[in-house]
Ligand binder design. Sequence first.
Ligand code: URP
Ligand code: ZN
Ligand code: ZN
Length: 474
Amino acid sequence: MFDTVIRGGTVVTAADTIRCDVGIAGGVVTALGRDLGAAREVIDAGGRLVMPGGIDSHVHLSQPSGEGIVMADDFASGTRSAAAGGVTTVMAFCMQESGKSLRAAVQDYHAKAEGRCHVDVSFHLVISDPTEQVLGQELPALVADGYTSFKVFMTYDGLALNDMQILQTMAVARETGALVMVHAENYDAIRFLTTQLEKQGRTAPFYHGASRPIAVEREATHRAISLAELVDVPIVVVHVSNREAMEEIRRAQSRGLNILGETCTQYLVLTEDDMQGLNMEGAKYVCSPPPRDRASQEACWEGLQTGVFTLFSSDHCPFRYDEQGKLAPKGRTSFRWVPNGIPGVAARLPILFSEGVGKGRIDLNAFVALTATNHARTYGLYPRKGTIAVGSDADIAIWDPERRVTIDNASQQHGADYTPYEGFEVTGWPVLTMVRGKVVMREGEVSASAPEGIYLSRGHSAHARPGGSGRKAR
Ligand code: URP
Ligand code: ZN
Ligand code: ZN
């Protein structure tokens, strides 16, 4: 007897599209086929798509964000929003604060997540202070404990690492088989341009983009790839926004380097024009790298279509527009002080489905690969997560491919008081989200019962192994 059978739907994985039922017992998929036997619950998926729940490997929740600024989502609201958007696993960033231990940061972050998550979660580490103790002791021990990826920043006060520190951190990744995610923007160039813009009185949020133009991202992307090549280690260049950075990654890949690329929703559907004439309200769109222009959008689509980018994430980094969030740095009127980041964990899948599958840019199997399977493979969760197969966790999103929805803030169910995608029309919407066999969202209603999401310890990335694998296997 199954606990649940999902009947009559079309099951889509990264490889196949098949009309079949899904039998679930004990939280895992135990059968795929027609006319499966009895079940305690039958979910009718006639006319619907049955896909792996989304994995969003780039979200920020409950992150320390500067004086007076409170991130709009904690683990409860952020994972509620994820469930609303058909996402069953999120990977959030556990940030080491300068001068503090990484292990302590991990413990604090677990305390914030424990018992509050509507979907499953895992943590990437952020290395902001790579001391001998951190690199020599804490980090290797944490990788061994299943924290197998970490992010380094090339910009931001208090976070930016210099090239020496990045090389040293990459060397630990090589030794331990961890995967390094890189935020690639040139810190000094941004500081220089920001000061110039301020001197010219160009301080509105609109000028945030001018403070970090494409060259800033291209240069840092090139440098990050070069450093990874020197150490012989794979990296993921995250949140790529434009053609020049994308071409840097493509070139590295064609040279046989094991360089992965990620792009995000905002780079497909937002541009700098969204901020025109908005004055302070432009702060609602401030994120880094900034959304650019139509040509950059096309380049990001091309990156997804040609396999340069294998990861499509939200970079959900939510702040309210009010005095706790985007407007919090009181009396500081320059864009310099606006917290960077926008919400989007619930909007990611519908927008890619509608703009990608619906408009013929990608097929259904690519949609699943880009939003679930590749994340699981890249970050050591496959095949437990990221697919629908016998033995995998029953993490499933059922989609109505015809449903037309105009995105508004209420539909996002996050803690922010706005969505940058307000008014965006999509066709295709997740109508049910199931995590390890339990329905956590049905027709937009996120389950009110106690959250049952768990923490996921991870194995090595499919792209990394101890001892270096900066070159693609041939
Ligand atoms: O503006 C952004 N992207 N904020 C989130 C932090 C990051 O760099 O990912
Ligand atoms: Zn970043
Ligand atoms: Zn981010």
